[in-house]
Ligand binder design. Structure first.
Ligand code: PLP
Length: 383
């Protein structure tokens, strides 16, 4: 049996999304061309924009298609801080210590260029403190960027309250909502969120497509210099099939994502309860309730998460030791360390992230296999 439990790293393509993607490969016109074939491609891009805008409750004109969330996140940070006219208004940014590397690394680059960045701490369950946020604000703070739901532990941050604090101080607010959109409700209308990033391949659409929501009246300088696509915000011929597929995946989300999320939550809860009850020395990383319905990050005392991952893989079960971005370096997760644990705690954790095709049978097989794997590994270390 193959059991894929790493949906926070990427999702399989939904068959209907795949069908729309394949059909869209024939829509070969350049959306900037003025003749019929080009106009047709442009029409389809705008159809997707409308579907997505309806889901997010914003205006289609506020959506800029990108190659994914790494680009969207870089676009906000660099588009705001590398713009001469905007810099004058502020050179300080507030973010958190548990952001994805596509926020953390651009922030590190800003620091090297002399900008100031405050990284908010989180408590043992991964939540920021809104008082700490208020205290971090300076007259020169230009942007607050807070991840909505963390990819490793699933903890959900109070972004609506945080964005209100930003607005009260006349500061722009960005959220990386890659992991939350499509799993929990989010509505941009009447929110104080200025920028929001998301990515297709976490939403059953292909890799290489995503978007940045830019609230009306906000402006970013473009990362790429070139043509005038996407309202001059993102130069480069659009990824027409990817954008059409992304629209299709939002169409599907709209019909039943909350129902699916509830089903996934009950499978995740079953997995969690069974592990905690049947395996000693286990502890959840992240918040018990304010957490994505599909995510379970759990520590197994005294064993390497990497060893569990490899043994589960031999049985056909795919899990992760944290972010896909860490898996190559084997360095311990900055997110787990930010919760206050040791390197050893971080190295003995596993993330299970469920998705829409998982079944009870798969979860039961995973529990049974995991109990055996942990027992074998503990016996080895006891020798
Ligand atoms: C929270 C978060 N932000 C950003 C990204 C980057 O997205 P993309 O792969 O589309 O560049 C990811 C992907 O892992 C993520 O989980």
């Amino acid at each position: 049996m193959r059991v894929y439990l790493d949906h926070n790293a990427t999702t399989p393509i939904n068959p209907r999304v795949k069908e729309s993607f394949i059909k869209a490969l024939d829509i070969y016109g350049n959306p900037s061309s003025r003749y019929e074939i080009g106009r047709r491609a442009d029409y389809h891009i705008n159809q997707s924009r409308e579907i997505i805008a309806e889901f997010l409750n914003c205006s289609p004109r506020e959506i800029i298609f990108t190659s994914g969330a790494t680009e969207s996140n870089n676009m906000v940070i660099k588009g705001l801080f590398y713009n001469e006219s905007i810099i004058q208004k502020g050179d300080h940014l507030i973010t958190t210590s548990i952001e994805h590397p596509s926020i953390i690394n651009p922030c590190k680059s800003l620091e090297k260029k002399g900008f100031q960045v405050t990284y908010l701490s989180v408590n043992a369950q991964g939540l920021i403190n809104l008082d700490e946020l208020k205290q971090a604000i300076q007259p020169k703070t230009k942007l607050i960027s807070i991840i909505h739901a963390n990819n490793e532990i699933g903890t959900i941050q109070p972004i609506f309250e945080a964005s209100q604090i930003a607005r009260d101080h006349n500061i722009l607010f960005h959220t990386d909502a890659v992991q939350s959109v499509g799993k929990i409700p989010i509505s941009l209308n009447n929110s104080e969120i200025d920028f929001l990033s998301l990515s297709g391949h976490k939403l059953y659409a292909p890799k290489g497509v995503g978007l940045l929501y830019i609230k009306k009246s906000n402006y970013l300088s473009s990362l790429l210099e070139g043509g005038y696509q996407e309202g001059s915000m993102r130069a480069g011929t659009e990824n027409v099939p990817g954008i059409i597929a992304l629209g299709e995946s939002f169409k599907l989300l709209k019909s039943d994502y909350l129902e699916k999320s509830n089903k996934i939550r009950s499978l995740r809860d079953h997995l969690e309860k069974s592990i905690l009850e049947s395996i000693e020395g286990t502890k959840i990383n992240g918040h018990p309730e304010k957490r994505l319905p599909n995510t379970l990050n759990i520590r197994f005392d005294g064993i390497e998460g990497e060893a569990i991952l490899l043994k589960l893989d031999l049985q056909g079960i795919s899990v992760s030791t944290g972010s896909a971005c860490h898996s190559e370096s084997l360095s311990s997760s900055h997110v787990l360390k930010a919760l206050g644990g040791s390197d050893e705690d971080a190295h003995s954790s596993i993330r299970f992230s469920l998705g829409e095709s998982n079944t009870k049978e798969q979860i039961d097989f995973t529990i049974k296999t995991l109990i055996q794997v942990v027992q074998e590994l503990r016996q080895l270390t006891a020798k």
